[in-house]
Design a binder for this molecule. Structure first.
Ligand SMILES: Cc1ncc(COP(=O)(O)O)c(C=O)c1O
Length: 470
């Protein structure tokens, strides 16, 4: 082990291993494995970790080597903290009592249950659509809707930063893909105009998201829908992150922008706010729902959501729509406001606008990874996002705020991030020479970590609330 190894490991990214060469498909995974081993040796790999508890505000996590860290958790996406809600738990138990644990088959055969059918109606009502189709995951809903509707002669115009399920769906559906610059309506217009100048016969799917989860920003959806109408395109909006967690009644960015019931196709996931696997697509046309049931592989050739999942999601929608849901959203927003302020006070640039996602800019990938090691030691669990998930030199820590976080947690998180940065950087904010940093075992003692979190963030009672004081 030496600084040359660390330097070499830090200089590479997962992108370097995406196209391994060689005749043996199994053997050629070895290069990636070797790189990961080195990253583990130096504690600079912070992905693929597991918890043995629910997505609580304080959790213990284990990496692939079984090394345990514990800390304040901003890496789960249970935005309204519904995963621990007693009524949701009870709904899951009741579903088992009624249906048993259940795996009935494809929605194209007899996989649906009365529970899944009524959930479809509930969601349609919630998002002011007429028809909803459920999918096994949000990924499947995105990929499956695009590949279900778009054929090789059609076109896709997609935000360059849209989620991987949308880009993968686009690539599987057609070669005619145009990327437009993130959230730039005029750039999307140019792409649409160019396509329509040559092709007035085939379809165009215009794809964007309600809330982008690496940047915490949103497009102008009215302008996007107008654009789609002007060029005879169909607008598709993925609301995975904002539905339930944002908007006065939880109807997300569509509600905030007065676009409920006005977008051609809305796709969502249950894995953020709704405490379960699963996803959906909502439309105004019955034909879309029917067509996707038989021409969208993840719908036709995969299992329907189980009654346990549909009961959980259905109860989650009830809570989201209730006064309690509003209170939980307010708490989430209060935590988001506090975390954004504390991070800015600590000198970090924070991306986008208020949402359950708060990203702090770091820049260089190597600095992000070394800080990732440090924050784990200090008792903070937050996801490092780096190339290729975002552009090169745009690494950031992504904090996902939950309703049951407290001011103590947001203070601890921002101070730990600031302490981590000051421990590993020089006076100009650059990563210190690698031989000046300590590279011993990264695993921490959980007790020490939580004691540090308390020391750094104060207790819940002591912590001031910016939102509470206006
Ligand atoms: C914008 C967006 N769309 C779709 C998905 C996929 O959803 P799921 O986790 O339900 O598969 C995600 C999850 O990461 C997402 O962030």
């Amino acid at each position: 082990m030496g600084t040359d190894d660390i330097r070499s490991a830090l200089s590479r990214t997962s992108f370097d291993f995406r196209r391994p060469n060689g005749v043996d498909l199994i053997e050629r995974t070895q290069g990636f494995h070797d790189w990961l081993e080195t990253c583990f040796d130096y504690g600079i790999w912070s992905y693929g970790r597991a918890t043995d508890q629910g997505p609580r505000r304080h959790v213990a996590i284990l990496n692939d080597r079984g090394e345990r860290t514990e800390g304040v958790n901003f890496a789960s996406q249970d935005y309204l903290s519904l995963a621990a809600h007693p009524e949701i738990n009870a709904a899951a138990h009741e579903a088992i009592d009624t249906y048993g644990v259940h795996s009935a088959g494809s929605p194209a055969l007899v996989g649906n249950t009365s529970s899944s059918l009524s959930l479809e109606e509930k969601i349609a009502d919630f998002v002011k659509a007429d028809y909803v189709s459920l999918f096994p995951t949000g990924w499947a809903a995105g990929f499956g809707t695009i590949t279900g509707l778009v054929r090789p002669f059609d076109h896709i115009v997609i935000d360059a930063l849209a989620h991987a399920c949308l880009h993968s769906g686009a690539q599987a559906a057609t070669k005619n893909i145009s990327l437009f610059r993130h959230n730039q309506v005029e750039d999307a217009r140019k792409k649409l105009a160019k396509i329509r100048a040559k092709d007035t016969e085939n379809g165009i799917l215009l794809i964007t998201e309600g809330l982008f989860s690496m940047d915490s920003d949103s497009p102008d959806l009215a302008a996007m829908q107008e654009l789609a109408d002007e060029y005879q395109a169909t607008l598709f909006v993925d609301v995975a992150h904002d539905l339930g967690s944002m908007g006065p009644t939880g109807r997300g960015v569509l509600e905030k922008q007065n676009m409920l019931g006005k977008v051609d196709i809305v796709m969502g996931s249950f894995s953020k706010t709704f405490a379960s696997n699963g996803g959906f697509v909502a439309t105004r046309k019955c034909g879309v729902r029917e067509y996707l049931r038989f021409y969208s592989s993840p719908n036709t050739f995969s299992n329907a959501l189980s009654p346990i999942q549909t009961a959980v999601v259905s109860k989650a929608f009830d809570i989201v729509a209730s006064d309690e849901g509003r209170t939980l959203r307010d708490r989430n927003a209060r935590n988001g406001i506090e975390l954004r302020s504390f991070l800015k006070m600590a000198g970090f640039d924070v991306y986008g606008t208020l949402s359950p996602i708060v990203c702090a800019h770091i820049g260089e990938e190597d600095l992000g990874r070394v800080m990732g090691r440090k924050i784990a030691e200090l008792g903070l669990i937050a996801n490092l996002v780096e190339y290729p998930a975002v552009s090169r030199k745009q690494a950031r820590f992504r904090f996902q705020v939950m309703a049951n976080h407290t001011s103590h947690d947001t203070i601890a998180a921002s101070r730990i991030l600031a302490n981590a940065r000051s421990e590993v950087t020089d006076e100009k904010g650059r990563l210190k020479p690698l031989d000046e940093l300590s590279w011993g075992p990264a695993a921490q003692s959980p007790l020490t970590a939580m004691a540090k979190v308390k020391e750094i963030g104060g207790t819940d009672e002591q912590a001031p609330s910016i939102a509470a004081t206006g």
